[in-house]
Write a protein that binds this ligand. Structure first.
Ligand code: 6GU
Length: 225
């Protein structure tokens, strides 16, 4: 898998990809992430990428020209299975979207800023629009990092047994059950007895019940879907 991210703030993406599971995936050659500075395609002395909006109103809009030049430069090198635009008015991103995207080969992600990007780019170049929740971020970069992480960790070979995605919350539309580690008694707070019983059938049953209870209490919407 290859992910190309287009942004005016590449620095914002350095941290997430330099560490942990994403770095391991890159080292294993399973996934690669390339970040592109949109300003290289900007116009004039100041390499401008935005302008005032038609019809008036506060806030700048990212222009078609630099974005489409950058997209098409990348498309000259390879074809893309999806061109994502990160925006608060996109579809609310979930685990099912992550599962589907993780099966693709080449993905491009456009990070919006200011009032967003010219609608014509959305209409004619973007294939998917995602929001990562009902709140507003200053730009799409952090959302692009979140989505990239959620996709890459699902690719076979990225995670090992210990970090396996199969037992994640949401993977079966249930939240994950509570987990405990040593010591068995911490300041009088004890680990549920069943977990130290050695009875694996009972343990599995307890975990299923806890997952269901937690989902009913915290996210009943997941059960009704
Ligand atoms: Cl994808 N972008 C921005 N700017 N804000 C968001 C978002 C995306 N998802 C939730 N809030």
């Amino acid at each position: 898998m290859r992910i190309d991210i287009i942004t005016v703030l590449p620095e914002l993406l350095e941290g997430p990809f330099a560490h942990s599971i994403l770095k391991r995936a890159e080292e294993k050659g399973i996934a690669e992430v390339h970040v592109h500075q949109l300003r290289k395609y900007g116009v004039g002395k100041h390499q401008q990428v935005d302008d005032y909006q038609y019809g008036g109103g506060a806030g700048m809009v990212m222009q078609c020209g630099p974005l489409v030049d950058c997209i098409e430069d990348l498309q000259k090198e390879r074809s893309y299975d999806a061109i994502l635009y990160m925006t608060p008015d996109g579809k609310r991103y979930n685990q099912s979207d992550a599962n589907q995207l993780s099966m693709l080969g080449n993905i491009m992600i456009i990070c919006g800023h200011y009032k967003g990007i010219d609608q014509r780019v959305r209409d004619h170049w973007i294939t998917h629009e995602y929001s990562i929740g009902d709140y507003v971020l200053s730009g799409g970069e952090l959302a692009a990092a979140v989505i990239s992480d959620s996709i890459i960790r699902l690719i076979p070979g990225v995670l090992n047994d210990e970090t396996s995605a199969l037992t994640d919350s949401f993977q079966d539309d249930l939240l994950a059950p509570p987990v405990y580690t040593r010591p068995e008694d911490f300041r009088g707070h004890k680990v549920p007895e069943v977990l130290t019983s050695g009875n694996f059938k009972e343990i599995e049953l307890w975990r299923e019940k806890q997952a269901l209870k937690r989902t009913q209490e915290r996210r009943p919407d997941l059960l009704s879907d």
